[in-house]
Every structure is written in C-alpha cells, then in structure tokens.
Design a binder for this molecule. Structure first.
Ligand code: BGC
Length: 724
C-alpha cells in the first residue's frame, strides 16, 4: 500500500458525496446491451458526466475509450477517471491457445507470455483491466467453462494463475503495456452439480481450501489487482453474498487490499437465488459480504442511499469499497495519464507475436496415441488429404476472444498450415459437415480422397461454440457423423491420424481403436494450422500433457487423479471382486490419465531420490525443505520434451487425503540419448493440508509420505519420506 495513494484516497473521499461514492462502485456495459439491467452507450456517457460511474466494460479501441474518458475527466465534478475492463482471456489481437490448452504445456512461461502480449495490445487500446486469469479448478468436463480453466489440479492451476498475473501486471500497473488482472471466479465455480453452468456447489471447508482456493491465494500472493465473485452458491450461500469467502478469507486472512467486482448482474441474481427479497436486500447482502463494484446491475447505485440512511450499510464499508476502486485507478496511473496515445495503438498481431502464439500452440499439443510411429509424416514427396469438419476452418480460436479479433484475425486453418509447411506435397482438402444431404456427399469424397493418398489427416472435434460459458454438454462424444468419418477412413486401410480439437476432455473410447494416431490440438488460437503442421511434420515433437483426465463415459464423471481413497478401493489384481468402488459396466480409471502425453521419442524416469529420508515437523514449520532429485533420459533417436511430474501421498492423516497430489513438474528438452536431473524442493506447504475448521487451520502431521515421480499421474517410481 503506498502512503501517497492512501493520502490521495482520503482526500477524494472527503470531497465525494454519497451518490458520487456509490457511482464509483458502478460498472456499466458498453454497447452489448443484453436487456433490462444492462447499460448502454448513452447511459454510460450520461452517468460519467454526472460523476456517477466508476467503470465500463466492453468498451475498447483507443478512440472509443478516450472519448468516454474525456467525459469523465473533463466534464464530471471531480474528474475521477473511468476504469475500462474487458475479457482478454487468451489474447487481444494475438489469440493464444485456450487456457486449458496452455495448462497442457506444463510450462507457466506460456501463459506469462500470453499475458504480456495481451497486456501490451489491450492497454494500447485503452483497456486497463482484464477479467483474467480464470482459475476455477474443476472435475467437470461437461461444464463448458473447463476450456477457460487450467484443469483438475490446484497446484498446476496455482502456478499458471501466478504466471498469468505476472504477465498481465508486470512490476508496475501504471506502465503503458500492462493491465490489471482479475482472479476469477471466487469461489468453487468449477464444481457445479451435474456440470450445469451457474449450478449449486456444496463444498466442505477442507475441499474449498485444499482444492478451490489455492490458485486464488497464489494470485493474491502474486499481487493480483482484483477478484471476481462467482455465480454459484457455496454451501447454500451465494458467492456474491458470502462473507466467509469474500471478507473473512480474502480480505482478512489473506489481507487482500484490491478490488472485488461482481460478475455480470451477479448482485441482482441474489433475488433469483432466493437469497434476497429485492434489489435493496441484494445490495445490502453483497456489499455487506465484501463485493466492492457491481457489474451491470445497478442495485448499489439504486438503493445505496436508502441503505445508508437506515444503517443497513455503514459509511465505513462504503468508504472501504470506494477506496478499493480508487486504489486500483491510482495504481494504474489513471489520474496522471487517463488517455491513451491513439497513434500508438496496436492494431494487429506482429510477426513476433504470431511466432509466440505458434510456439505456445505447439507446446500445448498432446499426442494421445501413436501406434507404429504413424506420426510424424514421412519426409519426401507424397500426397496428403486433410478431411473432416475442421479441415479448413479459421474457427479454431476458442471460446472468449475479442470480437474484432475473431473477425479480423481468424485462425490459420489446418489445410493452410500444411500447404505452407510441405509445398512439395500434393494436398487435397475435403471439408465435411454442412447441410445434411451435403454431409454424406462430402464424407464420400473425403473417404475417396483418403483412399487415394499416402496419408490422411482427419480434423474432427468440437467447434469452439460447444465450450465456454453456458456451453454445457451432457454427451461428450464427437459431434454427429465424426465417428463414422473416422471409421470410414480407417476402413480404407491407408495410414491416417486424427487431429482432435476440443475445449474439454471428450469421450473417445468408441473410435480410438480404429485410429492409429490421435493428436489433441484443443483450440490452438491464431496460429493453429502452422503449429499443427510443425507437429505433424515432426519439425517439433509434441510434449504436452493432459491437465485433465479423459473419461471413458459420461456416467463415470467425476473421474480425476486426485480423488480421495475409499474404504474399498478397486484392486487391479482382483478385478472380479464385487464389493469395491467401481462400475459394473466400465473398466477402471480414466481413458487417459492426468499428465498423459506421448512424444515422437521415448523417455525413462528414475526413482525419486531424497536429500534426507526423515525430517522433523518443527524444521518444516520453520521453512526447511527436502530436495527430491529425479533423473530423466531420452531413450529414443530424436530430440523431444518430457514433463517430469512429482506427486505426494500422505498415507494416513486426520482428513482422508487424495491418492496423489501433484507438487512439482518440470518440462525438459533432451536430445537423443541425453539425460538430465530435475530437482524439486518440497516444504511444509507440500506436505500439509487444510482442515475443516472454518477459521482456516493448516496442519502438518508426523507420518509417512510417499513420493512418486514419472511421466503421468500413474507413475510407479516411488520413495518414502518420514515426517517425525
Ligand atoms: C462471466 C465472466 C466475465 C463477465 C464479463 C460473465 O458472464 O462469467 O467471466 O468476466 O461475464 O464479460
């Protein structure tokens, strides 16, 4: 906290009327008017002029933001600048792969680079604040917002959350190439019952603190400027009116002095939840619980005066909320530099940002299967067919892109990428999937093409519209007709690979046996086709790993590696035992486990070795660490990447522990025959856990901890540490 800023805040608060204070807590939406309760362009301008507006979302472009800012700064009584927010989730002009894909890189530098480039492009266009990173840990592949998440693991998500905050914010929010980040959605939004967006979440305190909260804590520790409340309930109390999470944990326990913003109409939705009888009660509940700024609905502004008058809102709480808004504006340097230089606005991706997006997309790809070295494509002159509904589309950017970017800078298509990468090859492209009659015709042409060429790439999966907010599926198989296409291509007997696009884990078991190779590309962003060509041709070996388990069937959900052990666990050596925790009609475990991913070469990982095999709890509590060393060797004949993963398991504890918890990972590049050693330092944070105590109790108990190292979450290489 800068004393200079705090003095300035105090001076401003002294000058402000109650209406002006409440005005600072209002965020209206620009232009994208979605009905009652949402703001419009004129409304925002009029409110800014009267000094009754704190922030606007969805206004972007240097000229538009400057024009609106001029009203606030030059025409309002106190001249307090507006804060402009926008969802810059995985790129502004330069669209990177979706966040779930980025998590698959097991390399937080990927998201830091995305964050930096996005910040530069967005800030130059007048955007001060992005509603990212999203850090909802989730075990729900039906939930479309899994695409925006970093998957099922709190440690991996925490590392990415901190890296994205660093990328967006840098060391100084006032810099012309940085934006304020927003940790969202607080909290437990990733656990909706049935996977249905916005649905109920009933969660124990231990699960809240061990699974959902760690990424938020990591973001707060990294200095995140703001936090957004989530649409769900948390154990029957809506997150927007939850004093336990917003005030007790976030603002008091973690000493967060930044801004808490509601989600879109999230405050008014307290009425729909049945948690507030009307708008006034909604405002009282949300402000009282710790929401500082209201997005789109206007209950604070409409009822704040009345709440103050009847003592339902204290002056102190109001001033605290306003101070948090003003603090962010001061940190962003908006009082000194409210406008952007319109001539310096970035208006398109550059060669270097495209190269970064391409490199990121390559690092995110996961080779799920590769029988008999089907991939990479053989070198030399040949004929290639690219077929399938996603063979030649630029709609591969993924959910949540900046609308203008989608129109102006669509993705490089698969066919385009291959055509550029192997100009000497004869390339036939047959996009399938149009009107019903045309589908069969196109499929027949696709299969005929596959029969006549040396190699076929079948581009299938989900288009981006099938994932993201409110894009929930109850069926996770490939969209209609795609399985038939794969099987028909397989029946030609010619070599082929499936390139799978998806914003979530899919159920792939029904056609997997027919496909010799499957490369998971997610939604790879702007440079999709070029990145795919890099991997398909073998210019770069794939090295991504799954940040989520792939289920065998929807009925198996949730299936995730970090589950708790039952009293009757399944035992692979006794598959016929009936009274164990399993399905009668489904093989045990996921189709592909968390951490899975192949390369064009092979690796072996050694046993984890400890710097010491015993350590007293007292030493750990004082910050002592144990060093774990793992050797890894490239045993194949070409260079490639491996992600060395380290998992811990506390054998007996006062709260039943997950069978494994990821506590370390490192992606290494090794030439043929090369080996290296990877070192991890583990301390109290890695061995202890949060209890069910609502006061927030983290314990570190004596006992045995098993450590597993390897190439996925089923790794068997093990050693044991005793905490005494
Ligand atoms: C989403 C948020 C987003 C906000 C503003 C909401 O519907 O849940 O993640 O930041 O809209 O666009």
């Amino acid at each position: 906290m800068s004393t200079h800023h705090e003095d300035r805040i105090k001076q401003l608060l002294d000058l402000m009327t109650p209406d002006e204070k409440l005005g600072q807590l209002q965020q209206l939406a620009w232009a994208w008017d979605t009905g009652p309760g949402s703001g419009s362009t004129e409304e925002a301008g009029a409110a800014a002029r009267k000094g009754l507006l704190g922030s606007v979302l969805n206004v972007f472009g240097a000229a538009s933001t400057n024009a609106l800012q001029r009203i606030a700064v030059e025409e309002s009584r106190l001249g307090i600048p507006l804060l402009f927010g926008l969802d810059v989730i995985h790129g502004y002009w330069t669209t990177f792969p979706i966040p779930l894909a980025q998590a698959a890189a097991f390399d937080p530098a990927v998201t830091e680079t995305d964050g930096e480039i996005a910040a530069r492009e967005a800030r130059s266009n007048g955007v001060h604040w992005t509603f990212a990173p999203m850090m909802d840990v989730t075990h729900e592949p039906r939930w479309g917002r899994i695409a925006e998440s970093h998957g099922e693991d709190p440690y991996l998500t925490s590392r990415y959350a901190a890296a994205k905050v660093r990328g967006h914010q840098g060391a100084d929010l006032a810099a012309p190439d940085r934006v304020a980040a927003c940790a969202k959605h607080f909290a437990a939004y990733g656990g909706p019952e049935g996977g249905r967006d916005y649905n109920t979440v009933d969660v124990s305190e231990q699960r809240l603190r061990n699974l959902y909260l760690p990424p938020f804590k990591a973001a707060v520790d990294a200095g995140v400027a703001s936090v957004m409340a989530s649409f769900n309930t948390i154990s029957a109390v809506p997150a927007h009116a939850n004093p336990h999470t917003l005030t007790r944990i976030l603002k008091e326990e973690w000493r967060f002095d930044g801004l808490v913003v509601s989600d879109w109409t999230g405050v008014l939705e307290l009425v729909a939840h049945g948690f507030a009888e009307d708008g006034a009660a909604a405002a009282r509940r949300a402000l009282g619980a710790g929401v500082d700024m209201e997005m789109v609905s206007t209950t604070f502004a409409d009822h704040g005066r009345e709440l103050l008058a009847r003592g339902a809102l204290t002056e102190a709480r109001l001033d605290d909320a306003v101070a948090r808004v003003l603090r962010l504006k001061l940190r962003l340097g908006l009082f000194e530099r409210p406008y952007v230089d319109e001539s310096a606005a970035v208006t398109e991706p550059t060669a270097s940002t495209r190269a970064a997006a391409r490199d990121a997309a390559v690092r995110c790809m996961v080779l799920l299967k590769n029988e008999g070295h089907t991939l990479p494509l053989a070198a030399g002159p040949r004929s290639i067919a690219v077929v399938g509904p996603l063979a030649d589309t630029g709609d591969l950017l993924g959910t949540w892109t900046v609308p203008d970017a989608q129109q102006r800078f669509p993705a490089v298509t698969v066919a385009e990428g291959l055509r550029t990468a192997v100009p000497e090859a004869h390339l036939v492209c047959v996009p399938t999937g149009g009107a019903p009659g045309a589908v069969e015709d196109a499929d027949a042409r696709a299969v005929a093409a596959a029969a006549s060429v040396d190699f076929t790439v079948v581009a299938v999966g989900e288009p981006p519209a099938l994932s993201g907010e409110a894009a929930v599926r109850s069926d996770l198989e490939l969209p209609a007709g795609q399985r038939e296409l794969i099987e028909a291509v397989a029946a030609t007997g010619k070599p082929f690979a499936v390139v799978l696009f998806a914003g979530r884990p899919l159920v792939v078991g029904d056609w997997l046996d027919s496909a010799p190779a499957v490369l998971l590309a997610w939604h790879p962003g702007l440079e999709a086709g070029h990145a795919l060509a890099d991997v398909l041709t073998g210019a770069v070996a794939p090295g991504g790993k799954l940040p989520v388990s792939f289920p065998r069937a929807v009925g198996q959900i949730p299936v995730h590696y970090n589950h708790e052990r039952t009293g009757r666990p399944y035992d692979a050596t006794q598959p016929d035992e009936k009274y164990v925790s399993k399905y009668l009609d489904l093989a045990e475990g996921p189709q592909f486990p968390f951490g899975h991913g192949l390369s064009y070469t092979t690796f072996t990982t050694g046993d984890p070795r400890l710097s010491r095999t015993e350590i007293p709890t007292a030493d750990l509590s004082e910050g002592a660490t144990v060093e774990v060393t793992v050797s890894v060797r490239n045993t194949g004949d070409r260079a490639g990447d491996e992600v060395v993963q380290l998992y811990v398991h506390d054998l007996a504890a006062d709260i039943v522990q997950p069978v494994r918890r990821l506590r370390g990972f490192e992606r290494v590049t090794l030439g043929a025959g090369e080996s290296t050693e990877v070192r991890f330092l583990l301390g109290a944070e890695d061995f202890g856990y949060w209890t069910n105590d609502p006061e927030g109790v983290f314990v570190l108990e004596p006992g045995a901890i098993d450590l597993y190292a390897g190439a996925d979450s089923t790794a068997r290489n093990r050693c044991r540490l005793t905490i005494n």
